[in-house]
Structures are given as structure tokens and as C-alpha cells.
Ligand binder design. Sequence first.
Ligand SMILES: *Cc1c(COP(=O)(O)O)cnc(C)c1O
Length: 465
Amino acid sequence: MNMLTNHPPTSELQALDAAHHMHPFTANAELASRGARIITSARGVHLTDSDGNRILDAMAGLWCVNIGYGRDELADAAARQMRELPYYNTFFQTSHVPAIALARKLAELLPGDLNHLFFASGGSEANDTNIRLVRHYWAARGKPEKKVIISRRNAYHGSTVAAASLGGMSAMHAQGGLPIPDIHHIDQPNWYAEGGNLSPEDFGRERARQLERAIEELGEERVAAFIAEPIQGAGGVIVPPETYWPEIQRICDEREILLIADEVICGFGRTGNWFGSETFGIRPDIMTLAKGLSSGYAPIGASAVSDEVAEVIATAGEFSHGYTYSGHPVSAAVALENLRILEEEAIIDTVRSEIAPYLAERWRSLAEHPMVGEAVIVGMVGSVALTPDKAARAPFASPPGTIGTICRDRCFANKLVMRHVGDRMIIAPPLVLTRADVDVLIERAWRSIDETWQEAKRQGLLVAG
Ligand SMILES: *Cc1c(COP(=O)(O)O)cnc(C)c1O
């Protein structure tokens, strides 16, 4: 029996999964007792699981399936490339057509003078590249002591040792002796959770100025770069106050440090423009790309680098860094086809002019629910904060994620994928969502939140902490 096309019953698959498959970001013992949800196919914005349920995927997989599932053009591009040249490397003075074509296309789409691409297999690897790139850059400019990278608490930059160090997830740092040296974290611009009595505008400026103070304390001669996501994704879809990015940009302009925008989620239309940097007026020296670059159809990531940084690196001899799959021809061919579809079908224009405004209007209506403290959204990425006390923006007394997990499970039961981060519920649906899909999404989200509210009341969990 071919297990992929004619699969055993769900319970058998779950037992095999638990016996042999170690899952990322999962309590594996708990998973073994409950059994994984097994997804067997997908089309458009819908998943099908091994029991035949059709589920609206409001997370686009893991924030990546921007053009939606089931596009034959990408399958054809992959098959064509596998037949013609399934693999060759880009090391040691060699290259191939897909990597060249993708680099040129990205240089055309990227803002400013981000005209140079270093490829990786995903976002974590690209951020590892960025660490080595910025340190090598300053060393090449005769300042090898400029090594410290400033990042933020509750940032997510990936899961390798270096990328997890760069990120500011305390649960990740608690395992395996992270962070590595010379990474410094400042606070996040999360007004809802940490803004207290400040206005969002004052709070945004105040949090940005932490960067200025950190540079002063560490010494500008030691700081290589600042890295941040335009909108924090895995941290809970934290949209910074409007004052935040202009102030960060001012500080970076005035200091001799590089600015890295981690656009792994925000890139490729997520915020209603090609890049989140355009939405927020950020002018990065380096950009991290992955996820939507191939709409998740093949693993690929990249560091996009400015003319100036690329020139310094180019003239500094050999950059002793690279991945076997840097610019993998199949991934590059798939990414190119994805970009063609995004562009020719004007998907991002439709998002900006039509779907995102409608989704925003409907998403914000969730804030009318008694357990929703705020509902925020930019383009096609949004979150709601669940709370027992709206006026106080209070967290629950129960351990963070208790209510979020209930809500996530209610969503699955109602055939909707929303993810929880603590007690925030988040969405990042495919960009090809229709208005009718938006109506279904909001209806299921409201129902799931409402059922969670009833359940929290029943369990006596509607208590502020
Ligand atoms: C997902 C993500 C990464 C890591 O990408 P991988 O492809 O999982 O290695 C890095 N940065 C951000 C902002 C992400 O959301």
C-alpha cells in the first residue's frame, strides 16, 4: 500500500506519528496521548484532515502560503526544474539559472538599493547569515570590535542556536544555554501588555529610545546592528505604535549601525505592500526573507543586502559562509513562479484595495466581544487579546495560554485554524481570501471566542491576574 495516497485510518497514523516523529514546538508526551491532527490535502484557503474535515486555514500554514494551496503552476515549475537540473551548488565560482533569475527578480521588487541576495533554506539560516554578514562587514571596515547585535524581547528570528539567540523568546533561551554572546535585548513595543498609562504614541517613542540608550551604554563602537520584525509575528502579532518605527529609523540614521528588517512574515504582501518596510517607512540595510518568498511550496530564505554592504563584503576576500542548498534550483524556480503569480494576478493590489480593508472592518468588530481587549490588524495579519477585564487590559490569573489553548481547540472544532500565542489569538490567512471567506472566518472566530468565554466562566477562569 502506498501510505501517502491511500493512508491508514487516523488512529493508526497518530500511533505511528507518536512512535517515530519528534515534533517542533510541541509537548511530545501530551501529543502522544491526544494524537496529532493529520492534514492530508489542501486547496485554496482550505485544509482537509484525515477524517475528511474541511478547515479554513487562517494561518496560511505557518504564515507562508500567501498565494493559497493547490497552484499547479508551482508544482509544474518544480517538476520541470527537477528534470532539467535538480541540484547544483553556488559555491566556488559556480552558478545556475534559477538562482540568477531569482536574485535579479528580487532586486527589482525590493525597495531602496537592496540589490544583492544571499540564499539560505529558510528564515533561521538567513538570520544566521545576517549575524556573520554584519560582523564580517564591520571587520572588513577595520572595526572588528563592532559585534553586538541589538534585538528585542519577545522577538522571533528563528530556531537555530544563533537565530534563537537573536530572538527574545524566554522559553527558548531557557533551554540549551542561549543566548550566544554579543546579543543584547531591549524591550518590545507592546503597548497593550506593557504600555501602562502611557498613550500608545508616547509609549512607542519611549520604547524606540531604548535603542538609543542601549547604543550609548554598550558603546557605539561595539554595536554592529539592530534587528527587528516590522510587526512581531510569533510574539503575538504585536503592531507597534505609529511613533515607533520613525524614531527607530532616526536613531539608526544618526548612528553608525546597520538596520536589519526581518521580513520573513511581513514580506511578500502580508501587510498590504510587497514589504513591511514599505508599510512602516523603514529603510533597512539588510532584509531577512523566507516563508512567503515561495508561499511555502519549497524551503527557501534569503538575506537581501544593500549596495554599500554588498560592496564591502565583495572586496573583503572570501566570505567563509554558505549552505549546501543556498539558492537551491528547485526552490528558486518555485519562488520565481510564486513571485510571477503574486505580480501578474495583482494579488497584493487586491489585498490593499479590497480584501484587507474589508477584513480589517470585520476583524475589529471582534473587539465588541466582552472577552476581547483589543483587535488589531495590518493588511492580512492580525490578533485579538483575550482578557477577563477589558477596561484594565488585564491578563488572566491562569497560566498564560490556558484560555488561548481552549480557544485554539474551539477554533479547530469550528473548522478554523487560528493560532494562540499566550492568550492572544492570531491570524495570517492566505492573501487570496475572498470577502465570502472573510465572513466565514469572522463568524467562526466569534463563535469560538464566545464558546471559550462560556467555558472560561464554567471553569471559573474569568479572573484577572
Ligand atoms: C518563521 C520566522 C523565522 C524563521 O524562519 P524558518 O524558515 O522557520 O527558519 C525568522 N524570522 C521570522 C520573523 C519568522 O517569522
